[in-house]
Ligand binder design. Structure first.
Ligand SMILES: Nc1ncnc2c1ncn2[C@@H]1O[C@H](COP(=O)(O)OP(=O)(O)OP(=O)(O)O)[C@@H](O)[C@H]1O
Ligand SMILES: [Mg+2]
Length: 259
């Protein structure tokens, strides 16, 4: 694969109010910006020189993909990764910006040129015969990391990596979650239904962004992360782009975003 292309522009992040009194919808919660969230998501990786393991939970249309796009950009800008591989198959059109390839065979046949984005978006065209699976992309991520090129493998909707609830379709993404960080292979993923994930996914993530959740998913996440009662009760009231952040220190009770 060709040498890493240079990014010239970071994600644009607007200033947000930082105090609960600045917004009326969530009295009692302190506020923080997306920039502050990204700093926390990458804190450990920067300190340790290793990768990130980041998960994103939330029902549709509340901002999971928007958030993952910024995580991708930040990983390159902060030098945590040379390459980002995005599994992006949910919609007929690509959701992520970057260098498009239809599947891993197409990526191997057409290596990334120096002037192309290091964010590689694997998205099939309607006529792609071999539709991309997470396993083949995760394997490339491991190969890059072990070869000295830190990579982030981002999976938009982690159910694409499963056969049925809680069962991985292949070993490689689970391996990245278990051991990839020390080999500088990072992981970031999203899901609408956290209770369907294999246990590694949530157990091994260092940071999880929890967007709007309701019903059983909210109950599951609240119990799983021992969220404070006020936070658990507010999950179903989060607005688009707002999230709580769970780190190895727990949840700080602040609402991050939308800006
Ligand atoms: N923080 C934000 N600021 C501005 N716009 C946002 C923000 N978050 C999300 N949006 C917009 O809201 C819409 C829904 O966001 P997004 O596609 O990221 O949601 P999602 O949770 O990934 O949904 P789905 O589960 O359907 O994939 C998009 O048009 C996105 O650009
Ligand atoms: Mg999405």
């Amino acid at each position: 694969m060709a040498a890493k292309a240079k990014r010239t522009k970071g994600p644009t992040v607007a200033k947000a109010p930082t105090r609960a009194s600045d917004r009326g919808s969530a009295p009692g919660f302190a506020r923080a910006t997306r920039t502050e969230a990204l700093a926390k998501i990458f804190e450990l990786a920067i300190e340790s020189g290793e990768g990130i393991r980041h998960g994103v939970l939330g029902i549709p249309r509340y901002g999971k993909t928007h958030h993952l796009k910024e995580v991708n950009a930040e990983a390159v800008d902060r030098g945590v990764c040379d390459w980002v591989l995005v599994h992006d198959v949910k919609r007929p059109e690509p959701q992520y910006d970057g260098t498009l390839r239809e599947n891993v065979a197409d990526l191997l046949a057409r290596p990334i040129a120096n002037d192309e984005s290091p964010v590689i978006v694997i998205h099939p065209s309607p006529t792609t015969i071999d539709r991309p699976d997470v396993e083949s992309i995760a394997k490339i991520g491991l190969q890059l990391g072990r070869g000295g090129h830190p990579a982030l493998v981002t999976v938009d909707e982690l159910y694409h990596a499963l056969t049925t609830a809680q069962h991985w379709a292949g070993p490689s993404y689970a391996l990245i979650l278990r051991e990839g960080s020390s080999q500088r292979v990072s992981s970031a993923w999203s899901t609408q239904i956290p209770q369907q994930l294999p246990t590694e996914a949530l157990d091994l993530c260092e940071t999880v962004a929890v967007f709007h959740l309701a019903g059983r998913s909210a109950e599951y996440a609240s119990a799983r992360f021992a969220l404070p009662r006020a936070v658990a009760d507010h999950l179903c009231r989060l607005e688009r782009g707002e999230f709580f952040l769970v780190t190895l220190d727990g949840c700080d009770g602040r609402i991050y975003g939308p800006a």
